[in-house]
Design a protein around this ligand. Structure first.
Ligand SMILES: Cc1cc2nc3c(=O)[nH]c(=O)nc-3n(C[C@H](O)[C@H](O)[C@H](O)COP(=O)(O)O)c2cc1C
Length: 185
């Protein structure tokens, strides 16, 4: 699969890091693009910065010279993780002025998987209406709402309960987080 991971300036850069840690560039073509504010949040939240696995291709936000900027070469799936309310609103309304937004526009119009992992609390009516628009347009809204019923022991384990659901929706087999009513190994 060709997968585009887009990282925006919401708190929760660790969600993006854990997703990248669990995508195999030998099995998939992995592309990464960061919004301007993603850099700031990564600097606050990830000591040592974002670790990109070898083989991952990064792209400049301002250049449309990326395959997924065109409907002729869309990704199989795009994940915006974490997704700000700003980026969510811009995608919902078809803004395409940088390559991240354009790629989401392409994913929707080409009927490819677009998974948004929004992070905000509380939601305003605008946020909810934008989510409604995106659902109607075919996106998957997979909020950064971790589950706690399996008693995670670390922040990474908490984060992985969300990342496991992202991998599930990408169709990538994983045992990242324990599943309910599954025998413990
Ligand atoms: C430390 C930090 C945490 C933030 N967390 C959130 C958040 O959880 N959700 C959100 O929608 N915006 C959050 N913001 C605000 C966004 O970064 C800001 O709205 C920015 O314009 C979003 O741009 P982008 O969507 O292009 O990344 C945060 C900003 C900072 C500096």
């Amino acid at each position: 699969m060709k997968i585009l991971v887009a990282i925006t300036g919401a708190t929760g850069a660790l969600y993006a890091q854990r997703l990248l840690d669990n995508l195999d560039p030998l099995q998939h073509e992995i592309h990464v693009v960061l919004s301007n504010y993603a850099h700031q949040v990564i600097a606050e939240e990830l000591p040592g910065g974002l670790r990109l696995p070898e083989g991952v291709q990064t792209h400049s936000l301002k250049s449309m010279n990326a395959p997924f900027a065109s409907g002729s070469n869309p990704p199989d799936a795009m994940v915006v993780i974490p997704c700000t309310m700003g980026t969510m609103g811009r995608i919902a309304h078809g803004f395409s002025e940088d390559v991240l937004l354009r790629a989401a526009d392409v994913a929707l119009k080409e009927k490819r998987k677009l998974i948004l992992v929004p992070r905000e609390t509380p939601f305003s009516l605008l946020h909810v209406k934008n989510m409604e628009l995106l659902l109607l347009a075919g996106a998957t809204i997979l909020p950064a709402n971790p589950s706690l019923y399996m008693n995670p022991k670390s922040v990474v384990e908490v984060v992985d309960t969300v990342v496991a659901r992202v991998l599930d929706h990408l169709g990538i087999p994983n045992r990242l987080a324990p599943r309910w009513a599954e025998e413990k190994e």
